[in-house]
Design a binder for this molecule. Structure first.
Ligand code: GLN
Length: 480
């Protein structure tokens, strides 16, 4: 039975060919969940009966030779900021505890239309704000590779679920790195697609111009399989791109012929020796296997972190205004409406969310608007034009995913700026709206996984998949 665990594509194939039933697969993963979830705190909502009844229904259709979807019988975990009719959706916040969405997000519809089975909702930093999953009202999630360390964040629950074999696939959201950073900390694949490629309808907004949903998987092939299902135009999301898109799975198993790969000069000063060595190892593998590797310059990239920490909180302060005790979730009584709203928001939001709302409100206040919000929008445009120039000379860019491997619980909790620095290499792709993937590559000096990030131009998601699948193969052949 155990050979059917691990890769999503094998699971799908084996269910379809009746080598195993979906019920057996779902039960097996639930055994793992029952054994490990209490300790890991990866899932914060589960429904075994519902999952098994869906599995039974799919198995029956297969046995009768009736048509089934592309993901028939595959169990999936969903980050708890994506709306699901069958589960409450809390964003890891007290303010939405027990809130039951009246509709499914578009990604949920796409997955279930292909007969995937949603097993539960995964933990996250409250409203996806954080890099360690320590900022959840449901308590922290642990890194399955070392229980004293964080799994990364904000999608730490999803990354942990895939690494610990609680599900073969999970979805996350990435506003500044929240898929790629936890994927790197847990040693799995995580991808943020081009902005507008995957519908955000039903993703509870943190910073709408940066948020994007994407998959966590054990392999690049699994990641491409899921992206093929969730990507595509959605009229319900006004930022969704109405374009003809590639079939991403067609870009696996290609070669590097003619591929030009860039290394960002400005990142050198942030690289610790072990992370720099690891990046050079990846660059050498590419160079020795047919790619041309060169250094490129993105002069404005050094402003990315400050730009992000003005734009993201500004958008968050506006998006989170809807949680007022009237429309959703928690309501704490007061003498009048104003007091009710103040009490609700004071008790409902945690400290990091409050910090972001304060930062964002300040950046948007009259008198400071031009100096903070206006300047950061200009820097965002300058960064996009830097990337545009760079992509005239290279196809993809590689960087480390994070400056370090997973850190200990509490290590950065008291110092928000240190926490924010975790995303220094991931944030530029969100600001530009470009695709990026993290694949496990190398280890830190405490034997925790490191990741290599592959970036490309808008809508070159297929190139990202192509180069990632090559690096995965070269790693398995060459690196111990
Ligand atoms: N860690 C970053 C933040 O706290 C990114 C979060 C995300 O991508 N959702 O804002």
């Amino acid at each position: 039975m155990s050979e059917f665990l691990y890769n999503a594509v094998d699971i799908i194939e084996n269910i379809k060919n009746q080598k195993v039933t979906s019920k057996q697969i779902v039960s097996k993963y639930f055994d793992n969940i029952e054994n490990k979830n209490k300790e890991l705190n990866s899932f914060i909502a589960l429904n075994k009966d519902l999952a098994l009844s869906k599995a039974n229904e799919i198995d029956e259709r297969i046995q009768k030779g009736k048509p089934v979807g592309k993901l028939a019988g595959l169990p999936i975990g969903i980050k708890d900021n994506i709306c699901t009719e069958d589960f409450e959706t809390t964003c890891g916040s007290k303010i939405l505890k027990n809130w039951h969405p009246p509709y499914n997000a578009t990604v949920i519809k796409r997955l279930t239309n292909e007969d995937a089975i949603i097993v539960g909702k995964t933990n996250l930093d409250e409203f996806a704000m954080g890099s360690s999953t320590e900022h959840s009202a449901f308590g922290p999630t642990k890194n399955p590779l070392d229980l004293t360390k964080v799994p990364g964040g904000s999608s730490g629950g999803s990354a942990c679920a895939v690494k610990a074999d609680l599900v073969p696939i999970a979805l996350g959201s990435d506003t500044g790195g929240s898929i790629r950073q936890p994927a790197s900390f847990c040693g799995i694949v995580g991808m943020k697609p081009t902005y507008g490629l995957v519908s955000r309808f039903g993703l509870i907004a943190f910073a709408s111009s940066l948020d994007q949903i994407g998959p966590f998987a054990n392999t690049v092939k699994d990641c491409a399989t899921i992206l093929d299902v969730i990507a595509g135009y959605d009229p319900a999301d006004s930022t969704s791109l109405d374009i003809k898109r590639d079939n991403f799975s067609d870009f696996l198993d290609r070669d590097l012929k003619g591929m030009k790969i860039g290394l960002i000069k400005e990142f050198n000063e942030y690289l610790d020796p072990e992370v720099s060595q690891n990046l050079n190892l990846a660059a050498d593998l590419f160079a020795n296997n047919g790619a041309a590797v060169s250094e490129i310059s993105l002069p404005h990239i050094k402003y990315s972190l400050s730009t992000y920490y003005l734009i993201a909180p500004a958008e968050a302060s506006s998006n989170l205004a809807r949680f007022d005790g009237v429309r959703y979730g928690l309501r704490v009584a007061g003498k009048n409406v104003d007091e009710m709203m103040i009490n609700t928001r004071t008790q409902g939001f945690g400290p990091e969310v409050k910090r972001r709302i304060m930062l964002g409100t300040y950046a948007l206040s009259s008198g400071y608007y031009d100096a903070y919000y206006g300047t950061s929008q200009k820097l965002r445009t300058a960064l996009i034009s830097d990337f545009k120039k760079a992509y005239e000379n290279v196809d993809v860019i590689i960087t480390p995913t994070t400056p370090t491997g997973a850190f200990k619980f509490g290590a950065k909790l008291e110092d928000p700026l240190q926490m924010y620095l975790s995303d220094i290499f991931t944030i530029p792709s969100n600001l530009a709206g470009h695709p990026a993937i993290s694949i496990p590559f190398g280890k830190d000096d405490e034997n925790m996984p490191l990741g290599i990030q592959i970036l490309s131009n808008a809508l070159d998601d297929s190139k990202v998949i192509q180069v990632a699948s090559i690096l995965e193969k070269l790693r398995d052949e060459n690196v111990t």
